[in-house]
Write a protein that binds this ligand. Structure first.
Ligand code: IMP
Length: 411
């Protein structure tokens, strides 16, 4: 039996969906522990592209269980589209289980996300999916849980609290009560077949000796505690929450795998020391098709940053790594890797609380024309070896394309 938590090491979009899809052959269950429709995983299966925002990509294995854990926030309209797309392609979703304790993104949460972002002097660049406001309601204890919706409990207190929040943006602004009623009614019918106590289910499966993969969304630097605050998402994306967000004991987690791109990207605002505005950044954007799955925004692109990866190892307790999109670096004569930051005349090797004045210090490695040719080509091996030596962490998987067959396991 193995329980593996999988986390993003950077600012999200590391290709976790693809790695999960690959790993699932060795797992019985996949459970997602935080976030909501701000996430977007694209998985190519039998030549068809599936875009997941809530449902763990492991759903594509019909004999495995896909669980949406209590730490998630669920937008029922988006979920409905995901379920419908799966059904149209022959997946009946009987292997989907949704926690009764997960929170619901209500229509007013999206309204608040818009209003709050508009009012901010320093924009965060949120996905406008209502994520921050929904987690705020949860912590404020005026949230609506899956249980509440399915059992038609009285949510007038939640609506009252929401009304007060939106009114603070202007006396003429209010929540759409009829819209809320419609949303609740259709969401109730949508959720009902899938709802259960997923913590109980997972613990039973662990006792039976099943292999469990815990799926993180976003990435380490978007974590509400450990990320580049305030330019972060509103949940704990790091491995500690894999236990809480699924309702299992932390002592069950055997391994933590970090996923990193072979370079770095970020969407939205906030610091990004290795961002490249020149030709190389453009190369990564175009060749890497770096456009958000959720919002379609062009991602900011730059070089690999080992300071970030070292930090990701520390705050997640990484036991292994998966490196994705190695092929995107093809055609670059030299590949830069940031190994430290220069600040106030000194060099720092740990992530600072503020990035102000931090300039990347680079080392240059030889680039490559082709990533894979019977096996990984020599300069790619060199690059991965450099990462392993710097991090003192084993790279288990290397990926160089979108298909399942374009991932290899390293000895
Ligand atoms: P929110 O999660 O919509 O509140 O957005 C907060 C920040 O996290 C913004 O910079 C978003 O662009 C970023 N973000 C949220 N989810 C993802 C994701 O799945 N990938 C990459 N960035 C994300």
């Amino acid at each position: 039996m193995v329980v593996l938590a999988l986390v993003g090491c950077q600012w999200g979009d590391e290709g976790k969906g693809k790695i999960i899809d690959y790993l699932m052959k060795d797992f019985d269950i996949v459970a997602r522990y935080q976030g909501g429709s701000n996430a977007g995983h694209t998985v190519v299966y039998s030549g068809k592209k599936f875009r997941f925002h809530h449902i763990p990509s492991g759903i594509l294995y019909k004999d495995k269980m896909a669980i949406m854990g209590n730490g998630m926030v669920i937008d029922c309209d988006v979920l409905k589209n995901e379920i419908e797309e799966l059904r149209e392609n022959g997946f009946n979703c009987k292997n989907l289980f949704i926690s009764d304790r997960a929170h619901i993104v209500m229509p007013y949460h999206k309204q608040m996300d818009e209003l709050e972002e508009r009012a901010r002097e320093k924009k965060i660049g949120t996905t406008k999916r209502g994520i921050g406001p929904c987690y705020t309601s949860k912590v404020e204890r005026s949230g609506v849980r899956v249980y509440d919706l399915v059992n038609n409990t009285d949510i007038s207190g939640a609506i009252e609290a929401a009304e007060n929040r939106v009114k603070s943006f202007g006396d003429n602004i209010s929540v759409d009560r009829e819209g809320i009623e419609r949303y609740c009614k259709k969401s109730r019918d949508l959720l009902k077949p899938y709802v259960c106590d997923t913590s109980l289910l997972l613990n039973e499966k662990i006792e039976e000796g099943k292999n469990l993969l815990l799926e993180g969304a976003q990435g380490t630097l978007l974590d509400i505690d450990h990320g580049t605050y305030p330019f972060v998402t509103s949940s704990t994306t790091t491995a500690g929450n894999a236990a809480t967000g699924c309702g299992i004991g932390p002592n069950h987690i055997d391994e933590v795998m970090g996923v990193t791109k072979a370079y770095t990207t970020r969407v939205g605002e906030g610091p990004f020391p290795t961002e490249d505005h020149g030709d190389e950044g453009k190369h990564l954007l175009e060749k890497g098709a770096e456009y958000g799955t959720t919002t379609g925004r062009a991602r900011r692109c730059g070089y690999l940053d080992m300071v970030i990866l070292r930090y990701a190892k520390r705050v997640n307790g990484l036991t292994s790594l998966a490196v994705t999109k190695l092929d995107v670096l093809e055609g670059m004569k030299k590949v830069k890797v940031c190994i430290a930051y220069e600040k106030d005349g000194g060099e720092i090797k740990e992530i600072p609380v503020s990035f102000e004045g931090c300039k990347p210090v680079y080392e240059e490695l030889d680039g490559w024309e082709k990533t894979f040719d019977i096996s990984l080509t020599p300069n790619v091996r060199e690059y991965l070896g450099f990462m392993e030596d710097t991090l003192k962490t084993k790279i288990r998987l290397a990926s160089f394309g979108s298909g399942r067959e374009e991932t290899i396991e390293l000895e």
